[in-house]
Design a protein around this ligand. Structure first.
Ligand code: OFO
Length: 168
C-alpha cells in the first residue's frame, strides 16, 4: 500500500512528466516552424521519453494498488526568444525535475517505503543522463551562437536521434 502522501506525490510527478512532454512538443513546434526539422526531431524524441516516464509511474501506482489521478496539464510556453533560449529552458526544466524526483525520494526514505525508493532509483539515474544530454546540447548551441551554418549542422546531427524505450 502507498501512503496517501506518496500516492499524491507520485501522481504529481506523473503530471510533471506529462507537462514535460507538452513542453518538448512545443519546442519541437518552434523548430519545425523555423524549418529545422532535425532539431525538432530531437525534441520529439525528448517528448516520447517524457511520455514513457509518465506511464512508468502510471503503471507503478496501479501495481501498488494505488489510485491514478490524472490532472490538468498546464499550458507550456509557446513563444521562445531564440534557439539558444529553448535549450536553456530545456536544461532548466530538467534541473527542476531532478529536484522534484529528489524530494519524492526523500519522502520515500522518510516513510521507509522500500518499493518506492527502489522504483525511484531509475529516475535518479535517468535524471543524471537527462541533465547531461540537455547540458551538452545547450553547450553546442551556445558555441554556434544559435545561428548560421552551425545551426544547420546541428539540425543534421539531431535528425538522427530516435527513441528506444529503456529497459523496465
Ligand atoms: Fe522525465 O526527464 Fe526530462 O523531464
Amino acid at each position: 500500500m502507498l501512503s496517501n502522501k506518496l500516492q499524491k506525490e507520485l501522481n504529481n510527478q506523473m503530471n510533471n512528466e506529462f507537462f514535460a512532454e507538452y513542453e518538448y512538443l512545443s519546442m519541437a513546434a518552434y523548430f519545425h516552424a523555423g524549418n529545422l526539422d532535425g532539431i525538432a526531431n530531437y525534441f520529439h524524441v525528448q517528448a516520447q521519453e517524457e511520455h514513457f516516464h509518465a506511464m512508468k509511474i502510471f503503471h507503478f501506482i496501479l501495481d501498488k494498488g494505488g489510485k491514478v489521478e490524472l490532472q490538468q496539464i498546464a499550458k507550456p510556453d509557446v513563444d521562445f526568444a531564440s534557439p539558444v533560449a529553448v535549450f536553456e529552458k530545456a536544461l532548466a526544466h530538467e534541473q527542476k525535475v531532478t529536484k522534484s524526483i529528489n524530494d519524492l525520494m526523500d519522502e520515500a526514505i522518510k516513510e521507509n517505503d522500500h518499493a518506492v525508493n527502489s522504483f525511484l532509483k531509475w529516475y535518479v539515474d535517468e535524471q543524471v543522463e537527462e541533465e547531461a544530454s540537455a547540458s551538452k546540447a545547450l553547450g553546442k548551441m551556445q558555441i554556434i551562437g544559435g545561428k548560421g551554418e552551425g545551426l544547420l549542422m546541428m539540425d543534421q546531427e539531431f535528425a538522427g536521434r530516435s527513441f528506444t524505450a529503456p529497459a523496465e
